[in-house]
Design a protein around this ligand. Sequence first.
Ligand code: SF4
Ligand code: SF4
Length: 699
Amino acid sequence: MLARIIIGLGITVIFFSIAGRRFYWLSKLMRSGQPAPRRWQGFRKVSETEVVEVAGQKKLLKWTVPGLAHFFTMWGFTILMTTIIEAYGSLFSRRFHIPLIGRDNWLAFTEDFFATAVLVSLVVFTIIRIKNAPSRKERESRFYGSHLGAAWAVLFMIAMVIVTLLLYRGAQINTGYFPFENQYLHGAQSFGFLIGPTTHQLASFASPWAFASKIVASWLAPLGVGVNSVLEAVFLLLNISVIAGFLVFVSYSKHLHIFLAPINIGVSRRPRALGGLDKTPDMDMENVTEDTVFGAGKMEDFTWKQMLDFSTCTECGRCQSVCPAWTTGKPLSPKLLIMGLRDNMFASADRLLSGGSNADVATLVPTTIDPDVLWSCTTCGSCVEQCPVDIEHVDAIIDMRRYEVMMESRFPTEAALLLRNMENQGDPWGLGSSQRTKWLDALDFEVPIIDGPIPEDIEYLYWVGCAGSLDERGRKQAVSTARMLHRAGVSFGILGPRESCTGDPARRMGNEYLFQEMAKANISTLHEVGAKKIVASCPHCFNTMKNEYPDLGGDFEMIHHAQLLSHLVATGRLVPGVAYEGTVTYHDPCYLGRHNRVFDEPRNVLDAIPGVTTVEMGRCREKGFCCGAGGARMWMEETIGKRVNMDRTTEALGTGADIISTACPFCMIMLDDAVKANGRDEEVTVMDISQVVERSLQG
Ligand code: SF4
Ligand code: SF4
C-alpha cells in the first residue's frame, strides 16, 4: 500500500510540477502582449458564452460527426474527473469511494457510459483522420500542415487513459474493492455465505450499471484474485501516470486548447469577431511619436488576446477548409497563418519575457508570413465563423497589413492606385464627386440632394456608395433600389457630391490613417445634415457605418436596402409583380450575411415574388462562399490559383437558376464577370434583389 502511495504521489508531484511550470510560463508570455481593450463582457455574458460554446459545443456540433465525437470526448473528460478522485482515493484505501454519491448506480453508469463514449469517439476521430489524411488528399485535407504526429499521440494517450481506467476498475471488481457493487456481496459475506469468494462470484455481484467495467472484469476473472490484486495496483498507477503525463504533454502541444479554449472563448469579441474590426487608437498625428508602431510587425506588437489565440489553435483545419483563398489554390491558410505566428511567438519568447530589444529582429512579413499569404485574404470571415475556439484571424491579418502599409509602405502595387484615388478623389476608381449623381439620370422622378439639414419629410438618407454611384453595373442596383423605395412611398434623399467612400477598402488594406480621415469627414457631413436613419445598398458601407463609425463618434440608425425592402414587402407597401417567372439563387454577400447576420430578409423579398422559384447553393447563409472582392481584393490582381469568383459562380450556375441574385454591388460585379467568362451571360443574369423585384413588375 505504502509503495503505491509513494509511486502514485511521486509521479503526480513530478508531472504536475512540470505542467504547472509550463502553464505559469505561458501565462507570463501571454501577459507580455499589448493591452486588448473591451475584452471582459461582464459575468452574465461570459457565463452564457461558456454554456453555449464550451459546454454546448455549439460551433463544433455544426459538423455533426466530428462535433458529436468531440462533444463526448470533452464531456467524457469532464465527467470522468470523478474517476480521478476515485483513483487518488484508492491510492490510500482500496475501499475508497466518493462520499455520498460514490456507491450510486447512476454514477457507475455515467462513468462507464462516458468511458465507452470516449473510446467510440476515438475510433471516429481515427477514421476521420485516416480518411482525411493529407497524404491522400493533399491540400484538400483540413489536416494539411497540422502536426499529425502530435495528434496521433494525443489520441493514443486519451485511449490509454480510458483503457487503464477500465482495466483497474475490472480488476477492482475481481478483488471486491469496486465502489459500485456489493450491497449484495457485503450482505452475503456478513451472513457467511461467501468465504474467500472467487473472482467470478465477485464479478457477478458488481453493479450491472458499470457495464463496461464488468465486461473487462469478466476478461480478467480467469486470472484469479491474487493476479487481479496486482493488476488493480498496476493499472491504477498506470492510469494516474497517463493522466499526469497527459497533462504535461498537453501543456507542450496543440492540446493546450483543453485549458485555453474556455478562456479564449470567454474573452473573444461578442457576439463574434466579425462585422466591425476591433477599435484602434485615434490616428490623429498629434498622438504619434517616433516610438509609435502602427499595426503588428513583430510579435510584441500583438495583444495578449492575439497571443492567446495563437496558443489556443487546435490545428483542426476547419478554417482552412472553408477559406476561399486556400480552396482556390492561394498560399493563405488561416490555420497555417495562426500556426506560423504561434511558432514565431514561442521562438521569440525569451525576448518577449525579458523585454529585450527587437531592433534587429526581422519583421513577421516576409519572414514568418509570406506577402502572398497576407494579401490573399478577402476578410470574408469564414475562418472566424468556423473556428471552434473563437480565434480572430481577420483582426491579426489586418494588424499585419497595417504595419506593412503604414510602417513599411509595402503592399501590392495595384493597391497604390486605389489608395491614391481614395485619398485624392474620395472613391476607389478616382472618378471624383462630380460623377456621383450620374445614376439619377435613369430615374423619372426627383431625388432630393441634401446639402443642408435634412428636411423633416425625408425619412431616410440613401447612402448610395461608390459602386452604386460610379460603376456601371453598380448603378443598376442603385437605380432599382431607388425606384422600389419610391414606388413604396419611402421618402429619401442622397448626399450626391458630398458623399464619399466610407473608407472600408483603406481599412481592410491596412491604411488605418486614411480610413479614419475619411470616416471622420463623412461623420462630420452626416452630423451637419442631421442624418439619423441611413439606408445603404453596399454591405461594405453598411458594415463600416453600422459597426465602425460609432467608435469614431458616428452613431446612426443603419439599415441595408435588403432589410428595408423586406420590411416594405412584409407590410404591403411594396407589392412585387407577376411578370417574371423563373428560378433564382441568392448569393450571400459576406459583409451582409456572415458579418452582419442579414440572411433572411433578402430571401423573404425573393420568396414574396409570385412565380419565382428560389434554389439555394450548397454553401449559403453562414457558410456562404466569398465572391473574392472583400478585403480590398476587388482592386488587386488575382494571379495565383483559381479565381474566387469563378469558383463561386460555378456553384451558382450548378443550381440551374437563370438569375443569380445578391445584395451587394461588389458581388454583382464579381459574379457578372465570372458568368461572362463562363460564356453563360445569354442565359443567366446577375442581379440585385431590387432588380429582381423590379423585373417582376415590368409588364
Ligand atoms: S477571412 Fe476569409 S479569406 Fe481571409 S483567411 Fe479567413 S477564410 Fe480566408
Ligand atoms: S484557427 Fe481555429 S478553425 Fe483554424 S485550425 Fe485553429 S482552431 Fe481550427
